[in-house]
Design a binder for this molecule. Sequence first.
Ligand code: ASP
Length: 311
Amino acid sequence: MSIQHMIAIHGGAGTILEEKLTNEERDEYYEVLKKSLEVGYSCLDEGGTSIEAVSASISVLEDSILFNAGRGSVFNSKGLIEMDASIMNGKDLSAGAVSCLKNIKNPIYAAKAVMENCDHVLLCAEGAQVFSKENKLDLEPDEYFFSTKRWDQLVTARKKGQITLDHSESIGTVGAVAMDSKGDLAAGTSTGGLTNRVWGRCSDSSLIGSGNYANNKTCAVSCTGTGDTFIKGVSAYDLSALIEYQGLSLEDSSRLVLEKLKNNGGNGGLISISAKGELVLNYISKGMYRGYKKDKESFHMGIFSEMIEVK
Ligand code: ASP
């Protein structure tokens, strides 16, 4: 029996200010979100796996300058672009992740290569770099990742002595979750981290169970927001555990996870698809770039409370 396949994506959550976003900017975001959904959904439609769809959708977001992942990544305290990503297959719990990765065009493909070709789950810094090169991943020079906007964000954060989430500038970490026609779930997350973060810091986006998790028994989930709070709450796994051990619905579980995040002083959101085919795109921040597609005809996308449907 073929199951209804579907994909959901996010492009970060946080203190995005509605009044600061022009219609033109909004359209630009929607255009990239739509392209990402289109690529992921077509992959599923053609019989591709949820892992293939999730990584393809994320690579589109990583290639855009608009989001804090891949090309659009933010700078750390040393003025370096170092990226994190993870991916997990709900079918067999196989997973791969990379942290503090430089000059790799699509960190999500590096995470996928770790999942497929490495005996370990998480590789970081130089080792992750060498592994990525050995696995023939596309490389880009420093200039590809540089933008004046990002540099100015670092200068401002340094002046204020702050480590900042990237959302006040309306951009963020990216992620995708999918269910393929066999009912297999997958989740992926990719980030440039926080502006002015300490050199060597690993994000929740690179940690299986914190910012990313998938299990066919429960759900696939990708998170975005104040990563260190997600790490302390083991939030992505917490969502799965609430479904597995408490038998809660995806909606109720996601509310509990986000409530806990808030009580721990965190901020952000998550997207998730459950084994039953439920879908949530929930956040406690002012907004979250997000979208989903579960049929050939329409795309659903939103930034603030309203979602639009585009044919
Ligand atoms: N969670 C990411 C981090 O802490 C940031 C984000 O989601 O935008 O690096």
